[in-house]
Design a protein around this ligand. Structure first.
Ligand SMILES: [Mn+2]
Length: 512
């Protein structure tokens, strides 16, 4: 693989040739340079050194965009606080490497969440080291040096060379942009070796090459828990980012409704494609794989194949979120009648789920347990299941050692939301599930799911799945629904869908 692991190796800076003997290629991964040839990876022919040198000359200066990252101040405060919470220990937080999609192609890079929270940096392979100091932690961002014209990899490394992947931020550019001290990643191993015998904690599992440099420590688990717990309360910058991601998501849902005529012809793929187009245009990407589940697929909770048909009488369950440029993601679900009108059976189920969600949202305020929304929503769902004749007795179904209602509700009602769609997952459970505090953001997303082949369900309800999900900020006086711009009540949903179609046909034309 071309350049695999190259950021950790010696930099490929080369001195100009003095003579030019003609020779057969005599280079290898271990000896990448010879008088006449430069190694370009196991699956590419060596490149003549004369060409590599010529490729380094004759360019006007180009670099990544300048300016200071908008979260630089917030990141510095977070690093300071983390240093105070885990005083006396060197803290190592990697972002993770590029991930292979197939052979020599990678997925689009998405920085590690904790690393991003502490630095804002989006360079792959980078590592934050927070050293304890007298009263003040000292942060160093280890970042790969640039593979620009100074390095033969500019041209010979298709994974990192800037001719291939565009300008990146090395030590100098990263220091200015992220307002942090930087050092070459190539020096990380030596730096960490020099700390042997002192207390070091590492966020493990993100970067195997960093995991190998630091011995496991009891403090590792405390470090990841502390980071998740710090992220529970969102600051003003984070709230803005979430609101922007949610606004883009609302637009994406409207895009999908306008494209439903094409979805009738080409299926769920259109729903996913249209939403994801909005995510790419308005933000970084989707925050998680879009669930575009028409008809009975709605009852398959993680339906991300999205390759089924969309039929006129179906419900479409769309669970999707735009991840913004600073990686905060929305997480919204609506269940929409493809034809624009709920059938009586669909409406009956929908009304139960909506009432459950409203009860859940109403239960949220600072000081109540995390489970309050779930408990309130579940009570409504169970009453609904009794009314539908699916459960004979609510108290019996709710018994802690039975929980039979879960055949139809399947999942919990809430999770934290932020940089990760299931945010703060490493917080200690007693804190995560403890009392809500002002500034938390969580989802409320009850659902009812009747599998198409569930013989316990009256036939008219089989194949119906409904979930309604909104993103809730815990304000001082209670819940603030950040995704309220997207209608929820059945008649509001129908009116909103009509309004989208009244704007004219979708410009999408996918042919037959
Ligand atoms: Mn969710």
């Amino acid at each position: 693989m071309v350049g695999r692991g190259s950021p950790r190796g010696a930099l490929g800076y080369i001195e100009p040739m003095t003579d030019r003997p003609v020779s057969e290629p005599d280079v290898s991964a271990e000896h990448p340079l010879s008088a006449s040839w430069v190694w370009a990876g196991a699956h590419r022919p060596p490149v003549p050194r004369a060409l590599v040198e010529a490729m380094r000359e004759g360019w006007s200066p180009e670099g990544p965009t300048a300016g200071v990252h908008p979260a630089a101040g917030a990141c510095a405060r977070r690093r300071q606080r983390l240093g105070e919470l885990l005083a006396g220990t060197t803290l190592v937080v990697p972002t993770g490497p590029l991930k292979v999609r197939a052979n020599d192609t990678d997925y689009r890079f998405r920085p590690g969440t904790d690393f991003s929270y502490l630095t804002g940096c989006d360079e792959p392979d980078a590592v934050l080291v927070l050293a304890p100091g007298a009263g003040r932690a000292h942060a160093t961002l280890f970042v790969p040096e640039r593979r620009d014209q100074r390095s033969h990899e500019f041209f010979t490394d298709s994974r990192y060379g800037e001719l291939w992947v565009g300008p990146r931020r090395g030590t100098r550019e990263a220091a200015a942009h992220y307002a942090i001290a930087t050092a070459p990643l190539e020096e990380l191993a030596k730096h960490l070796a020099g700390l042997e015998g002192t207390a070091i904690a590492l966020v493990r599992g993100l970067d195997p090459s960093v995991d190998a440099l630091v011995a496991p420590s009891e403090v590792d688990a405390r470090l990841v828990a502390t980071l998740s717990e710090m992220r529970l309360v969102k600051d003003a910058f984070e709230r803005e980012q979430l609101e922007a991601a949610i606004a883009a998501t609302v637009s994406g849902f409207a895009d999908v409704v306008r494209a439903l005529p094409e979805a009738l012809r080409h299926g769920e793929r259109v729903v996913e494609g249209v939403f994801n187009l909005r995510a790419r245009v308005a933000g970084h990407d989707v925050g998680y794989d879009t669930i575009a589940a028409a008809g009975a697929h709605a009852s398959i909770l993680h339906w991300t194949r999205n390759d089924g048909a969309v039929r006129p009488g179906d419900l479409l369950l769309l669970d999707a979120g735009v991840e913004g440029d600073h990686l905060y993601t929305a997480d919204v679900t609506r269940t929409l009648p493809v034809s624009g009108t709920f059938s009586p059976a669909q409406r009956r189920i929908y009304e139960i789920v909506l009432a459950a969600q409203e009860a859940g949202i109403a239960a949220i305020r600072p000081g109540v347990p995390f489970a309050a929304a779930h408990d309130a929503a579940t009570a409504v769902l169970v009453d609904g299941l009794v009314d539908l004749g699916l459960l004979s007795n609510a108290d019996e179904a709710l018994r802690r050692d039975a929980q039979l209602y879960r055949r139809y509700t399947l999942h919990g009602t809430s999770h934290m939301l932020g940089l990760d769609v299931h945010d703060c997952a490493n917080a200690r459970q007693d804190l995560y599930r403890g009392d809500l505090a002002e500034g938390y953001v969580l989802t409320v997303e009850p659902g009812l799911y009747f599998q198409a082949n569930d013989l316990t369900v009256p036939e008219e309800y089989r194949g119906i799945g409904v979930r309604i999900e909104d993103d809730i900020w815990v304000g001082p006086d209670g819940a603030v629904n950040l995704s309220a711009a997207l209608p929820r009540a059945a008649h509001d949903v129908e009116a909103w869908m009509r309004a989208q179609w009244d704007q004219g046909p979708t410009p999408l034309r996918l042919g037959e």
